[in-house]
Design a binder for this molecule. Sequence first.
Ligand SMILES: *[C@@H]1O[C@H](CO)[C@@H](O)[C@H](O)[C@H]1NC(C)=O
Ligand SMILES: *[C@@H]1O[C@H](CO)[C@@H](O)[C@H](O)[C@H]1NC(C)=O
Ligand SMILES: *[C@@H]1O[C@H](CO)[C@@H](O)[C@H](O)[C@H]1NC(C)=O
Ligand SMILES: *[C@@H]1O[C@H](CO)[C@@H](O)[C@H](O)[C@H]1NC(C)=O
Length: 366
Amino acid sequence: MRSIIALLLLYAYSANGQVFRPSLPGILSIVRFQNTACNGDNGDTGTCLTETDCNRRAGTAIGPCANGFGACCSFKFTCGGTTNQNETVFVNPAYPRGENGTDTCQVTIEKQPNVCQLRLDFEEFTVAQPDEHGLCTTDSFMVRTTVGERLPILCGENGGQHIYIDMGRGSANPVVLSVVSNGDRVTRKWKIKINMIPCNNLDMAPSGCMQYYRSPSAIIRSFNYGPKIENRSRYLSNLRYTACVRVEENFCAIKWETDSPNSFSFGAPFSSNIKDAQFGNYTELIGGTGGFCSLDDFIGIDQGSNDGVGPGEDRFCGNRLLDSNMVISRSKPFQLKVRSNADQSLNAANSQQGFSLRYVQLPCVI
Ligand SMILES: *[C@@H]1O[C@H](CO)[C@@H](O)[C@H](O)[C@H]1NC(C)=O
Ligand SMILES: *[C@@H]1O[C@H](CO)[C@@H](O)[C@H](O)[C@H]1NC(C)=O
Ligand SMILES: *[C@@H]1O[C@H](CO)[C@@H](O)[C@H](O)[C@H]1NC(C)=O
Ligand SMILES: *[C@@H]1O[C@H](CO)[C@@H](O)[C@H](O)[C@H]1NC(C)=O
């Protein structure tokens, strides 16, 4: 009996990347480390694997993990590369330094039979700002795929953003990501994590959702959201996508509110036309809804209103989200639709920023 316990207390690997290790004397705990995220010695993130697995999958060990039983394995690649590995990271060639020249950088993600979607996490992303029309004419990030919807062309600052890409069930075609950069007046840098989502998996985003949030509360920002740039619109032209929020169990409504006092400015109206008698200005920020918004320059929240009661409105625009910078909707599924057209001249003249909105799901009241 004594010798059996002593044996059990020995550390032991199993074939599939589990480590058996004693915590309290005589009690075994199982540390699973296969495929969990880890930090390398250089501060970079990787995937915890056995050293053998890391080598077999052509990764680079960047430090220990799982108390030294695993290798923190990094799968980084850059321009011209091809990957078929989960959790590969697409970086600019000089990463962690930036790039400044003219270049077309493409990488290919091969389709695996059991993978239906990709999730790209823009851990770092800085390229040139859009032009005065909100178009990505200097630098651009594009996704080429043969299935699903056309994804918008992105540029500017997009660190913290993510997108889902449909790979198709029947298709065998790869997805190509490209970053085109023009001129040396800008320093570009990117680090995009590629996650392969198996078919029929709960992690899949619902069809039609380019962004998917799975928490009771989070902040959703428009692409290139950031500090005002005078005479420039920060939000991009030609957007046509939906950000979806997974409805949590026992939640019935969703509240959308600005993350800071002026963190909504998307489309006309820009300000009231009431002249301030004392100061002579027209600066009061106002919001519009429904037919007061442009047909293709607004954010959409179905049946949104101040209190979430009644039919509400479904289009919101201007420099405020309703009067109170807050909208409640009971319409399910919870979605935020984003639409912008190619004419950004007035948005640019008004230095519009886009949106940074916090959503909070509200529990059902019996
Ligand atoms: C661009 O990068 C090159 C090489 O790193 C450097 O010599 C040059 O000064 C940079 N130019 C600008 C404008 O930053
Ligand atoms: C890729 O890695 C993620 C995170 O570990 C995991 O959830 C997912 O199932 C993996 N995808 C495949 C195709 O194995
Ligand atoms: C912005 O546009 C206004 C009006 O055209 C002009 O007076 C101002 O100088 C511009 N500001 C900048 C920073 O270009
Ligand atoms: C005009 O500017 C003043 C001072 O900044 C401000 O207090 C006032 O609310 C503004 N008027 C309008 C109509 O926005």
